[in-house]
Design a protein around this ligand. Structure first.
Ligand SMILES: [Zn+2]
Length: 171
């Protein structure tokens, strides 16, 4: 089932810190299935539970392993994801967000990360990620902490997207 995606910089549900999942339940698995469908349907690279109105630390990543985006991908759920190691090096890259349609701007993120999470069976896993895949996780974990990528932008850049952000805030 495709779920409605919450939008806006002023939407409370997108500004709250999501809660850790204590035990992966059937409800979580149903949510994950629906979130995957919702993300694929919206052509997103990631989706965090708060974006569909759920305050649990769950995200879906659409990892890219091809030369071009969409060429070779793996869709995966990460529960209670946590960056436990990262490179000193940061890289700029353009980001967008399903909760802020039509807004795109460069953001600085760690180039490499090591993320720890629970998989859908509740088993602890680790993944080493770099470049775009590391960026996806950093963007989505921000959602779990109530942060949006536009929070990193300076006023001049935000000003260019006044109309788009106003529309996103008409939730
Ligand atoms: Zn987003």
């Amino acid at each position: 089932m495709v779920l409605p995606i919450y939008t806006g910089t002023e939407n409370d549900v997108l500004r709250e810190v999501a809660k850790s999942v204590k035990k992966v339940t059937k409800q979580h698995l149903k949510l994950i299935k629906n979130m995957k469908q919702t993300m694929v349907n919206a052509h997103g690279l990631g989706l965090a539970a708060p974006q569909v109105g759920v305050g649990d630390r769950i995200l879906i990543a659409n990892f890219q392993y091809g030369e071009k985006v969409g060429e070779k991908n793996v869709v995966m759920a990460l529960i209670n994801p946590e960056i436990i190691k990262h490179s000193d090096e940061e890289v700029m890259g353009e980001e967008g967000c399903l909760s802020l349609p039509e807004v795109y701007a460069p953001v600085k993120r760690y180039k490499n990360i090591l993320v720890r999470f629970l998989d859908e069976k509740g088993n602890e896993q680790h993944l080493e990620l770099s470049e775009l895949n590391a960026r996806i996780i950093q963007h989505e974990i921000d959602h779990l902490d109530g942060k949006l990528f536009v929070d990193y932008l300076d006023e001049a850049v935000i000003g260019k997207y006044e109309k788009e952000l106003a529309e996103a805030n008409q939730f």
